[in-house]
Ligand binder design. Structure first.
Ligand code: NAI
Ligand code: MG
Length: 369
């Protein structure tokens, strides 16, 4: 009899297709756990949706963070509804979770999965040209929430949005980025900045980067890009990059571009990490609630599955890396078949059919051993 480790997961489906893809991810994770046999997942669902917000006036209860702190990880679908202004839903739920739980790193792996029609001609021939790990600063920068509005509702309204950069915040993200680059085969880091025009915060960003870089001399090769030029390089020379580190806003934008270059926003995953492991980390597909297709059962669950694979890697602390890799193989077997991938990837399957196909492929991939 082997020992079984139980991972307690707080599941927050949220709104729209967030609900469908979270349900799909739970089914697939349960299948994975059952197949491997050394661990299992115990999911607790929190209905902190926009629908509930409209009924009761809040997204999370007052002790919401205390409730979450008991879990090994958080799985998140998506939040956002046409009936609630986006800054209310974002600041009501997802941003406070990231902040309170010290999730100062947002990791966005980007690859072209089989079955994807990549928009770049060069990537249609060589999908391996896009293999990036985007490291987004997730706690400060342009999304620090500092600022204010005066003379509201008058022609003289003034609003400020203050970007915050701290030495502590920059140093820890740079160190995480260098460690990530070091752990990957190419050992290559591209640092994104805008220190030509933004002459305070971004200058500190560069300065601390160069300090940390000294510790990795001869170990990690690095270069530096202005964010505007970076968009051009991502399109024209995608193969020239590996690990990428950028501020909260810059990486938010660049990672959407990355998702588009990889073929579909529906497959892109993300991990919000507290590298100290004091608080739970959160895993979520990068797409939103997609009100245009919500309720139709056609959402691509692959972004949620890939996020789930990253969650397996994280909770396993090195022990489940192979399981996560094999799980990704099962997902890729499904995306390579037009009959089992969803419409946004040019396939004919709905969410349920893709989910069932992944469940079958888990048997195939793990059964081989
Ligand atoms: P979105 O990602 O929800 O949708 C953009 C487009 O991509 C839509 O046409 C949608 O149908 C399609 N799409 C997205 N995910 C898909 C999937 N899994 N399968 C197939 N097609 C998919 O972004 P949008 O429309 O800008 O935002 C909608 C709502 O979601 C807003 O309220 C927004 O604030 C919220 N949002 C929430 C996020 C989160 O919870 N982390 C992230 C992004 C947006
Ligand atoms: Mg975004």
């Amino acid at each position: 009899m082997t020992n079984t480790t139980t991972y307690n997961i707080a599941s927050i489906p949220g709104d729209g297709i967030g609900v469908d893809v979270t349900e799909a991810a739970e089914a697939v994770l349960n299948k994975l756990a059952e197949t491997v046999g050394t661990f299992k997942f115990n999911f607790t669902t929190f209905d902190w949706s926009s629908k509930k917000y409209l009924e009761r006036g809040w997204y999370m209860p007052e002790d919401g963070m205390q409730q979450l702190s008991k879990y090994d990880a958080i799985f998140f679908g998506a939040v956002g509804s046409p009936d609630v202004p986006d800054h209310i839903s974002l600041w009501g739920l997802i941003l406070p979770i990231r902040k309170y739980n010290n999730q100062y790193v947002n990791v966005r792996p980007t690859r072209i999965l089989p079955g994807t029609v990549a928009p770049l001609a060069q990537c249609r021939e060589r999908p391996q040209d896009i293999d990036w790990m985007i490291i987004r600063e997730n706690s400060e920068g342009e999304y620090a929430g500092q600022g204010g509005t005066t003379h509201e509702n008058s022609p003289d309204t003034i609003a400020t949005e203050v970007a915050i950069f701290t030495r502590v915040g920059i140093e820890r993200i740079m160190r995480f980025a260098f460690e990530t680059a070091k752990s990957r085969p190419r050992k290559k880091l591209t640092m994104v900045t805008k220190s030509n025009a933004q002459r305070h915060g971004m200058v500190l960003w560069d300065k601390v980067f160069h300090e940390v870089a000294k510790e990795y001399e001869g170990v990690v090769e690095w270069d530096k890009m202005l964010v505007d030029a970076m968009t051009v390089r991502m399109v024209n020379k995608p193969e020239s990059m590996d690990t990428i580190v950028a501020t909260n806003l810059h990486a938010d934008i660049l990672s959407d571009l990355a998702a588009a270059l990889a073929g579909s926003i529906g497959i892109a995953p993300s991990a919000n990490l507290d590298p100290t492991r004091k608080y739970p980390s959160m895993f979520e597909p990068i797409h939103g609630s997609a009100p245009d297709i919500a309720g139709q059962g056609i959402a691509n669950p692959v972004g949620a599955f890939w996020s789930a694979a990253e969650m397996v890697r994280w909770v396993g602390q090195g022990k489940l890396d192979k399981v996560a890799d094999d799980f990704m193989q099962a997902i890729e077997n499904v995306t390579s078949n037009p009959k089992t991938r969803t419409k946004d990837m040019g396939g004919s399957a709905n969410t349920k059919e893709t989910t069932e196909a992944v469940i079958k492929q888990i048997d195939v991939v793990f059964g081989k051993k």
